[in-house]
Design a protein around this ligand. Structure first.
Ligand code: DC
Length: 222
């Protein structure tokens, strides 16, 4: 990655408020926004379309290398084309959320997606959000943040997103089981040296965004 890049790297578990805050921070800074989780989800959609077996790691890795992912980096217009077909809504479906850990726990898929993510942000000004951005994708980012929140609060936020229909078991699956699966190959629970931890449990979205924008200004990015 170019040393001229102006990167704000944000990692954190699901329900930490990461996507909303990262997108708003990008908007305020006038930066692009890269949602790397959407790319993992896009690979899952490609595998589902092709009826790839979720236990076939070699097939998942192969599909990751061949899939075309056209992801927008405009914080105000998020869309994703998977092999040219719009998957913006599909990647948020529960069956994709349930499948995606087969991609995120695949080391070869990760290597391919990390390579593409670095290429996408090289030389640009981006807020990049995921699980391994501060440690693997952009370890040299000028601002590196780990967003954490109490698991009970994260489940409450997820419940609010999903509406009334969700039961407690499904919630635990979406938050706690996914944390566990997502931690197989990356560590996003402990901050690497130099990474600023922001605990959003008792902060509003605006407060978290404000802190991130302040960090970017202190680092001379804005
Ligand atoms: O943030 P999200 O829920 O959209 O992420 C989707 C999946 O991809 C989730 O299982 C975590 C994984 N992921 C990852 O392993 N590394 C990233 N940089 C981003 C997401």
């Amino acid at each position: 990655m170019s040393h001229m890049s102006a990167i704000v790297a944000i990692d954190g578990p699901s329900g930490s408020g990461k996507s909303t805050t990262a997108r708003q921070a990008a908007r305020r800074l006038g930066f692009g926004y890269l949602d790397t989780g959407a790319m993992y989800r896009g690979v899952a959609v490609a595998c589902l379309r092709d009826l790839v077996d979720r236990h076939d790691a070699a097939a998942i890795a192969a599909r990751t290398r061949t899939v075309s992912l056209d992801i927008s980096t405009d914080p105000d217009d998020q869309h994703l084309l998977v092999d040219g077909i719009d998957a913006t809504a599909a990647i948020r479906e529960p069956y994709v959320s349930a499948w995606v850990s087969a991609v995120s726990t695949n080391a070869d898929s990760r290597a391919e997606l990390v390579r593409r993510q670095r290429e996408l942000v090289a030389g640009g000004r981006f807020v990049v959000e995921g699980r391994d951005i501060t440690t693997v994708v952009c370890p040299e980012a000028a601002v590196r943040v780990l967003l954490v929140a109490d698991p009970v609060r994260r489940m409450a936020r997820r419940a609010a997103e999903l509406g009334d229909a969700v039961d407690a078991a499904a919630l635990r699956d979406q938050v706690l089981r996914r944390d566990k699966d997502d931690s197989t190959l990356v560590n996003f629970t402990d901050a690497a040296p130099g990474v600023v931890v922001i605990d959003s449990t008792d902060l509003s979205i605006e407060e978290v965004v404000g802190r991130i924008v302040d960090l970017a200004r202190e680092a001379g990015l804005a």
